[in-house]
Structure formats: C-alpha cells, structure tokens
Design a protein around this ligand. Structure first.
Ligand SMILES: [Zn+2]
Length: 306
C-alpha cells in the first residue's frame, strides 16, 4: 500500500466545483481517498494542485518527427537541457528529444499525451520512442484514412470486413484511435495529385472523402473504440477551406445519437480559412458563425455563436 498526502495546495477540480480552495488531497494506491493513515507528506504550499492535463493531439514521436530532427541539427546548441542528478540531458527548440519531451510536459502539468499520426509500418519505432519518453502516459493513432484495404472495403460497402481489418490493425500496431489525414487525398498525393473537396473522387479508387469519413465513422462505432474518428480535414491550411471542414462535420451528423460525439476535428484553426485565393485569404470566423447559426446539427444543444 502506498499513501501520499498533498498538503496546503490551492486545489482546482471542476468536476467537484472546487475552485482554488486550500485543501489537502489524500491518495492511496494511486486513487484519491478520504483519509490516509501513515502517508508520505508532500508540501504543496503556494502551489496549484489540479488533475493532470490530457493532450490528445501532439506530434511527439515517430518517423515524421525524426525527419524533422535530422533537418534541425542547430537545435542541439539553441536549446539544451543539461543533465542533473535526477534527469538526463536532451535538446528542445523545434522537436524535443524524448526525455526533454517528458520533462517539459510534466513541468506544464500534463500527464497524458497522444501522438496522432502513427504510420502503421513504423509502429514499432513509434512505440520504442514512446517507451523512451519518461513520466507521461502515452498512445498513438494509426493513419488509416487512405489505406488501400480500407478504401476498397468502404467502396464495396463491406463494413464488417472493414471492421475486422481495423481491429487487426489496432492490435498489430498497438493503436488507440482511427486517424484520417486529408481523407483520400493522401493516397492522391502518392501520384502528385490531391482531392479538391469532400466529394472529389480519389484517383484510381472511385470513392470520395465524404464516403471515407462516413464509412470509418460507422466502423468506428461498430467497434466501439474509446475515441471517435480523429480527422484532419481535406484542404488543411488553404483559402476557403472552412467549407470542407463544415461539410466534413455535417457528413456524420446523421450518425450522432444522444449528443455523443462521432468525430474529432483536429487543428480547427487551420481548417477555418475564408477567401478565394492567397490574396483574399482571411479568417473564416464570420462565415462559420453564419453557417453554424443556420445549421443546428453542427453544435446540437449548444448556445448560438455571438
Ligand atoms: Zn496534427
């Protein structure tokens, strides 16, 4: 039995309506309890005590960040973590090394970080890097939005088969959630092309991004996975892309029941641009507010935008 008493901190716990009160928190075997008998005391005087932050989308590991590290050798002198009796050395700046990632997240109050883009063929390496990242709970989402098997299953409307394949994939890659990046467009990139909008067919596959998003949303619910599909929408970062983002959300509105979320839209800000081209490029805030006020399905049971 391990016991800990965190004393005299300013406690924040929104679920229990505790808003900065000076309280002691008793912990036994990793769980908060009413009383402890002979706890180890941790003096938190003058400090904030709060639940650990959960970051569900941060590119901290895997082949893509290693390519980034190779391109940024200057990080090694720009931002160094020096070894101490308790911690190892490392580097930061653009893409921190594993130990530095763990230390810096911990200092900011985070306890869980999920990497949202694991290439299935690089899963082993991704997990090796996660294992090397200290002090955090971690996981990763395999990239499945342009997978050939999945595109073929969805085109043929073979949802059971698609679910079986994704179940196998989750086990094989030790994945946590289904990730879609530019659904269908990633496949098109392989041939130097892209998809224009969510109804533009994927070259050689006769399936649209809309059908991929809807199909994977359906399969995700069949499998009852712990997280919704995690979607980086089409046309990310481009002028006028707010339409693709809203259409992507709208495409699965019919699958939302009892207010349960069915889709997580990532990097919203980069999916919220208006304008026809780079000269007229601007924030799409006004257009989005207008659209949301007209279409209840985007934010069911929520108050309207101002
Ligand atoms: Zn991302």
């Amino acid at each position: 039995m391990s016991e800990l008493l965190v004393k005299n901190g300013f406690v924040y716990d929104p679920v229990n309506n505790i808003d900065g009160e000076k309280l002691d928190v008793a912990i036994r075997d990793g769980k908060i309890v009413e009383k402890t008998r002979r706890p180890k005391i941790l003096d938190a005087s003058g400090m904030v005590v709060m639940p650990g932050g959960v970051d569900i989308h941060s590119h901290i590991v895997g082949s893509k960040v290693n390519s980034g590290r190779l391109l940024r050798p200057e990080d090694h002198y720009k931002d160094m973590e020096v070894k101490t009796p308790l911690t190892r050395s490392g580097v930061g700046y653009s893409i921190p090394s594993t130990f530095t990632t763990g230390y810096r997240y911990s200092r900011m109050g985070w306890t869980t970080v999920m990497d949202p883009a694991m290439a299935p063929l690089k899963a082993k390496h991704t997990h090796e890097e996660l294992n090397d990242t200290p002090m955090l709970d971690k996981g990763a989402y395999p990239l499945l939005g342009s997978n050939w098997f999945i595109l073929e299953y969805l085109r043929a409307k073979e949802y059971e088969e698609c679910a079986a394949y994704i179940a196998w994939m989750m086990r094989a890659t030790k994945g946590y959630a289904v990730k879609l990046v530019n659904p269908g467009g990633l496949e098109a990139w392989g041939f130097g092309r892209n998809v224009r909008d969510i109804d533009d067919p994927v070259p050689n596959f006769d399936i649209t991004p809309r059908e991929i998003v809807q199909g994977l949303c359906r399969v995700n619910r069949m499998l009852n996975l712990p997280h919704t599909i995690h979607v980086h929408a089409n046309n990310l970062g481009k002028p006028g892309n707010y339409v693709a983002a809203l259409e992507t959300m709208k495409s699965v509105a019919g699958q939302a029941d009892e207010g349960h979320p069915v889709l997580h839209l990532t990097h919203c800000q980069f999916s919220a641009f208006a304008g026809r081209d780079w000269r007229t490029f601007r924030s799409g805030a006004e257009e989005i507010a207008e659209y949301v006020n007209k279409h209840d399905h985007v934010t069911p049971n929520r108050s309207k935008f101002p």
